[in-house]
Design a protein around this ligand. Sequence first.
Ligand code: MLT
Length: 283
Amino acid sequence: MSGSELAYSDVGSGPAVVLLHGYPFDRSMWREQVDFLTAHRYRIIAPDLRGFGETVAQTSVCEPSAPGHKLKSVPLNEADRTITSMADMARDVATLMDKLEIVDAAICGLSMGGYVAFEFVHLFPTRARALVLAGTRAPADNEQEKQARAQQAEQMLAKGMGDLAGATLPKLLAAGTLTEKPGVVGRVREMILRADPRGAAAAQRGMAARRDYSGDLPGIKVPVLIIVGRQDPIRPVTDAEFMHRGLSDSRLRIIEEAAHMTNMEQPEIFNRALQKFLGTAVV
Ligand code: MLT
């Protein structure tokens, strides 16, 4: 263990649900899910994954970022600063669950959070009661994608997060979200702009190095809910269908009026899908 700490929210009581954010975001992206699920008698654990949000190496202070959200800290494993693997993040989640004395939980990850969920169920198969895989995919990156990640990591370190925010918003959000939901657009932009380029660069390298999870699919024995935005150009419906075909116990929910940030763009639809799934998968 190092002196670093993982910031997180731990709210509500009932069966535990762990929410794992995407890249380059933080746990504030789950605000609507935290409010909804706690009102429906679930205990929500939402960490800022290593290098994101308030989880910064060698930082021990974490301030509340949302009223009513209880924030605590746990030690973070010593990490190579230049690369944060998806397995590192999954182990951090298990360490956090140990600290909170949570034996098992439904693990819900969006995009990068989905890669972490794949690693978590692989490393700790008895600790995942169910999985929610939103806007994510099983295959590893090809060489071109790896190179693009390396390039983006260098650019962020040299110039900060501004260029990334400008370039990715039109892919992260559906056209309807961009024109009709300025509040969501603003929240997503702010999350990107306040991300620490060092943490984001380390996660980019970790994503480039991640395993191909396709071979894991048949071995995942817990129920899985797959969620995808119909308009997501980053992790399109075909990625979701591929996971659906490979898994033995999955259901697929396509959200029409959303792109990559399904949980923020269409929170009511996302929440209802979660509630229905958790009601059967996590009793
Ligand atoms: C994310 O939203 O977490 C990223 O798009 C994941 C990725 O780059 O593969």
